[in-house]
Design a protein around this ligand. Sequence first.
Ligand SMILES: [Fe+2]
Length: 452
Amino acid sequence: MAEAPTNPYLVGNFAPVRDERDDAGLSVTGAIPPELDGLLLRNGPNPILDPDPAAYHWFLGDGMLHGIELSNGHARYRNHWIRTRAACEALGEPAPAGPPEVNGIPSSANTHVIAHAGRIYALVESSLPTEVHADLSTVGATDLGGRLTTPFTPHPKTDPTTGELVFFGYDLSPPYLRYHVVDPGGVLVRTEAIELPGSVMIHDFGVTATQVVWLDLPVVFDANLAGRQPFPFTWQPEHGARVGVMPRSGGNTDVTWIDLEPCYVYHVLNAYDTADGNVVIDVVRYPDMFATDLYGIGASVPPRLDRWTIDPSARTVAIETVDDASQDFPRINDRYAGREHRYGYTSEIKVGKSSADHGSLRKHDLVHGRTERHDVGPRRAAGEPVFATAVSDTGEDSGWVLSVVYDAGRDASDVIIVDATNFKAAPVATIHLPRRVPFGFHGAWIPGASLD
Ligand SMILES: [Fe+2]
């Protein structure tokens, strides 16, 4: 492979931080809405030991949780490495208990963090979930009571009506994909093998009130690249690209597959059923992936926000561009997950050279085809917009958008709280963190949770 004099994912605000802190009484500009009482968690890669820059991929660093607790208008910050087996070894700490690693791949638990059925899980797509406490300490990897032996996606969906957690895992050997459902009490109650022609990277999927939407896209695992390239997946458009629509109550033989032009999708904004039997799925679409950038997000061309309307009977997909600005990390008000949504929120990103970076935030009105922008200011870069619903819950955008914003001017991060109904206005509160939070991936707002 080519020499890499520097790895862009180890410098600037991609560089890891080196310590674990706990800081209460943070300074705030503006006022934190008192009803925002809970914990914002953000997960991301933060290697413990200095990696070889030529071999490091952004997706592979040890997971670190950053927690921002909001209570009575006050804010507290804590960060903590997730104590996976690999992290404990690197930190010189005793190995945690728990089930064996899947495919012998050490978990980094570095991608997302979710709450379900009273538990919090840190997730990475190669591995079992790692349960953590709200105080950011690690319980350990879990096989969900011995029922899960294969990977768990970082993008499961909680059905806001049934409370079920619907998820999948992709794998390196046949059947390559499995579909699972956890009941509202946290018990894994359904597993179905979904047969694919090969091992492809499937980062996210769509779940409606009745259907699952699979994304079989041509980022293909290549065992020959292991050890020769930081991340052993490559762009192979000849593999073909398909979406699959499957009833949530169904299995492998119930999938309707429909061909697409090759593309890649990391993230789904939301999906829902239409009255006429179609499925709408809003996605961030990349024209290619891992064709040039071997160290990070991997695109040579910026992505855009698309709406795909799938007609399973006619086996067609109508593709419409919602917004052609470069953006990713789409989120909604999760109370609308799987139901028709009007609003979506994204983070602007810059891709196509040697790095990925963030910009400002965008709010999309999918009904009226309008986009608003929350400008975070010069030399500032916003991460994923996480939606916190207002207690009054008077409408879909009744609540706040929370985002960790890197401020290059002070080389530290803020958490901004933006009134989603007044998106272009200045944040109602900007919480000044005592350190920078490296660019990472995904997070969650957990009402009522605290770092204690
Ligand atoms: Fe993701």
